[in-house]
Design a protein around this ligand. Structure first.
Ligand SMILES: [Zn+2]
Length: 117
C-alpha cells in the first residue's frame, strides 16, 4: 500500500494503473497487477488518492487536499487528515522558498481507539 501511495504522490501527473504497476515492480518485483489495482481502489475508497477518467482510461492522482496522513500504529492504515498549514506564512517566517509539503502524523485511528475503550 505504501509503495502505491508513494508512486502516486511522487508522480507529477495522473498515472494509469499499468504505469503504477511498472513503477511498483521496480521496487517490489513480485507484485501483481491485481494487487496494484486492489491497492489503488482501496486508496481511492479511503480518500488518499483520487481517480479520474481520461477518455476511456482510468487514471490516479494525488488528492490535492490530502497531503497530510495519519498512520495508525494499531492497524497500520493511512487516512487523510485536513491540516491547515500555511506555506506562505512559513516561507515568510523562514525565508525558505516552499512549493509543497508532505506530513505523516502518527497515532491511533478512530476505529482502533473505539475498540480499546
Ligand atoms: Zn487503526
Amino acid at each position: 500500500m505504501k509503495v502505491t501511495v508513494d508512486i502516486v504522490y511522487d508522480s507529477k501527473g495522473p498515472l494509469m494503473a499499468d504505469q503504477v504497476y511498472e513503477l511498483a515492480r521496480e521496487i517490489l518485483p513480485r507484485i501483481s497487477l491485481g494487487t496494484v489495482y486492489r491497492n489503488l481502489n482501496r486508496l481511492v475508497a479511503i480518500g488518499l488518492i483520487s481517480e479520474t477518467n481520461v477518455g476511456s482510461m482510468q487514471c490516479f492522482f494525488a488528492h490535492p487536499y490530502s497531503n497530510t496522513h495519519l498512520e495508525c500504529r494499531v492497524c497500520g492504515r493511512l487516512q487523510s487528515v485536513p491540516f491547515d498549514l500555511s506555506l506562505t506564512q512559513i516561507a515568510k517566517d523562514t525565508g525558505l522558498t516552499l512549493d509543497g509539503y508532505e506530513l505523516r502524523l502518527k497515532g491511533v485511528c478512530q476505529e482502533c481507539a473505539d475498540k480499546c475503550t
